[in-house]
Design a protein around this ligand. Structure first.
Ligand code: ADE
Length: 242
């Protein structure tokens, strides 16, 4: 997958050289290119922002540097998806991560200040598939951390990224949409806390049932809105069974 990121803080993305992402970049699974927006600002101060029309606090990112940066990236691109991280965008979910992991080319446009001049988004939408994407109902200082979140969630779904793809199935927000069950490793007793006995039983059926019950219990307590009508309720006797 090719990924272009436009930002005024290229160094923010140095961490992409680490861990799974770094390996994916060096073995060619991910081709990530970072672009400094200021390379497309041609005045003496390399200005990328200005005051908002209509008044109000803060600064808005000027359209010209963005237009030029995107012209350069999109010139040789084959059907890319251009993503504008923004708290005003559609909410990013695990299902969105799966959709984006099927793309050949993603372009992330990291805004700062009060946002990017809307005409940049409109102009881009006139020539490429374009989306505004929010990672949650809170406000960050810019799109950089949101881009990192989206990229990490997407990249690990690309075939070849994660050693054992089966491990991806048993996670929160996958398959049945429930939160994941608690996990344990050796030793079986630590500081007086014992691993639940069913996990030591070697009985796969009972382990599976216990894990499912734990998922339901966690989801009911922390994120009840994720439960579906067909999920058993505590009254059904499912919860907490060992
Ligand atoms: N930029 C600022 N806040 C954001 C958010 N919640 N999601 C995506 N991009 C953002």
């Amino acid at each position: 997958m090719r990924v272009d990121i436009v930002t005024i803080f290229p160094a923010f993305f140095d961490v992409l050289d680490l861990s799974l992402m770094g390996r994916a970049r060096s073995n060619g699974v991910l081709d990530v290119r970072i672009h400094d927006l200021r390379d497309h600002a041609h005045d003496r101060h390399r200005t990328v922002d200005d005051t908002p029309y209509g008044g109000g606090a803060g600064m808005v990112m000027k359209p010209e540097p963005w237009g030029e940066a995107l012209d350069a990236i999109l010139a040789d691109a084959d059907d890319p998806l251009v993503v504008f991280p923004s708290p005003a965008g559609q909410v990013f979910r695990q299902s969105t991560a799966h959709e984006l992991s099927e793309e050949q080319h993603l372009v992330f446009c990291c805004g700062r200040y009060e946002g990017i001049d809307q005409r940049v988004i409109d102009d881009t939408a006139g020539r490429s598939r374009t989306m505004m994407l929010s990672i949650g109902d809170y406000v960050l200082n810019g799109g950089e951390s949101a881009t990192m979140v989206v990229l990490e969630a997407v990249a690990r779904l690309i075939p070849g990224m994660v050693g054992n793809p089966e491990s991806l199935l048993h996670e929160s927000h996958e398959q049945d949409g429930l939160l994941e069950y608690p996990v344990y490793t050796k030793p079986s007793s630590w500081r007086g806390h014992d691993v639940p006995p069913v996990l030591l039983s070697g009985h796969h059926g009972r382990v599976g049932e216990w894990r499912h019950a734990q998922q339901l219990e966690r989801t009911r307590l922390v994120r009840p809105e994720l439960l579906r009508a067909e999920d058993p309720r505590p009254a059904d006797g499912e919860i907490g069974r060992e």
